[in-house]
Design a binder for this molecule. Structure first.
Ligand code: JFZ
Length: 424
């Protein structure tokens, strides 16, 4: 209610209606490409490799010295994203390792100083924009390379003993890192034209953690909105006490049970998912999801009012892994004929109780209900509880008629689906 709204703690003067409008394209489009790319593509065993294996700066330096993605062709990536039906993309401009794919004035630890000698972000922005894909930046709040980022529980140089933290941090000054972080976000939101999405990652309050004070999240987000008034920002700044500390929630690598709520109201959400488990390119990982699993992730998100940001981890030479390409193609084939059940769709009204082994998406503008049959063929299915009148039913992929009947006492029932409409 309006009353609630007045009581909420806010940073910006924006009504819920204005927010809905600002997010309208994102809510409509539903499906985006996440891109995790950095020096960790060279070891090719997880983007947290520096932390996991406690690799020193000097030992990690070889990946900088040999970073040379000679086959980088972001136009090709953008075409793949587009063919899969993805409408926006979010790339790691800097991940936790601290390496910048963009040409920053504030560091030497950047792609322009490696053998490739290019601002890879500039090329990404131009290529994806040319394909009509909205532009997102991921920027890591964590930085394992910056000399002033205090060593914490996530750090690659973390000590084994609690007592050693103080000693290690005595020459580190988080206020200097904070300035660096604000400066770089300002560069990213100034030098590359209109940016549609910003992903800041992440806060982890606690004893060996970092929270909104470490990033000065309040001033950071104020700067972000001033530089890019239309931008959509994720929720990992630790600004939970504000109703507008982030635009959407980000459940990661798991399926949500239901549309997430805050104060009893549905909130915008996006799940981010990998093809194989790791975000960065991982050569030997064998846990690849198949096309059906991936499509179910997408459909299930939309069926609960959310988005899917599906990740690729390009290789050290700048190619999208062949297995990821095949999966993207498979999703694209499905989207070619079925995207109408994704774009502009959301959770179906409750009255459409879900038939077994199916997911429902619903377009509130056209009032069309999409029943995604996860098992097929099947003898028939019912829409129990639906009291309205169905005018017509058809398969979406080929427009063929589905015959149905409305027996008294319960909802609609299809007749012999997948069995040549034989009424058994
Ligand atoms: C973070 C990163 O550490 C990871 O490498 C990747 O970039 C991913 C998209 O984001 O991982 C997180 C961050 C936050 C949570 C979980 C994983 N969280 O809040 O549950």
């Amino acid at each position: 209610t309006l009353n609630n709204f007045a009581q909420e703690k806010r940073l910006f003067p924006e009504t819920p209606e204005q927010k809905e409008k600002r997010l309208a394209w994102w809510t409509n489009d539903r499906f985006g490409m996440f891109i995790h790319w950095g020096l960790y593509a060279l070891p090719a065993r997880h983007e947290w490799v520096k932390n996991r294996e406690r690799i020193s700066d000097s030992a990690y330096q070889k990946y900088f010295d040999y970073f040379n993605p000679d086959l980088y062709n972001p136009r090709e990536w953008a075409k793949m994203a587009k063919a899969a039906g993805m409408k926006y993309a979010v790339i790691t401009t800097k991940h936790h390792e601290g390496f910048c794919l963009f040409d920053s004035k504030f560091t030497d630890y950047k792609a322009t100083n490696t053998p490739i000698k290019k601002d890879l972000i500039k090329e990404y922005v131009e290529a994806f924009r040319a394909e009509g894909i909205k532009i997102g930046f991921y920027y890591s709040l964590i930085d394992w390379h910056h000399p002033d980022f205090t060593i914490d529980g996530t750090h690659s140089q973390r000590p084994n003993n609690d007592a050693d933290y103080e000693q290690l941090n005595k020459n580190r000054d988080m206020s200097k890192y904070r300035t660096y972080l604000h400066n770089q976000v300002r560069e990213l939101l100034t030098n590359y034209g209109k940016i549609d999405i910003l992903w800041l990652d992440f806060s982890y309050p606690g004893k060996r953690g970092k929270d909104h004070n470490d990033w000065n999240s309040v001033d950071l987000i104020k700067m972000v909105r001033k530089l890019q008034p239309g931008i959509i920002v994720n929720d990992r700044l630790d600004l939970k006490e504000y109703a507008d500390g982030g635009d959407f929630v980000t459940p990661e690598q798991y399926k949500v049970a239901a549309w997430p709520t805050e104060n009893g109201k549905h909130v915008p959400w996006e799940t981010c998912q990998t093809f194989s488990g790791s975000w960065g390119y991982y050569r030997d990982e064998t846990t690849w999801k198949d096309v059906k699993q991936l499509l179910v992730l997408l459909i299930e998100s939309v069926s609960k009012g959310g988005n899917l940001l599906l990740n690729v981890g390009p290789t050290a030479r700048g190619k999208i892994d062949a297995r990821a390409q095949t999966a993207l193609k498979g999703m694209g084939e499905w989207m070619d004929v079925n995207s109408r059940a994704i774009y502009g769709c959301t959770q179906a009204p409750d009255e459409y109780a879900r038939p077994e082994n199916s997911l429902l998406t619903y377009n509130p503008t056209t009032k069309r209900l999409y029943v995604h049959l996860l098992d097929y063929p099947l003898q028939n299915f019912t829409l129990p509880g639906y009291k309205g009148k169905i005018k017509y039913a058809q398969f979406l992929h080929d427009g063929s008629e589905i015959r149905f009947s409305a027996p008294s006492g319960y909802g609609y029932r299809t007749n012999g689906l997948g069995q040549n409409d034989l009424n058994l």
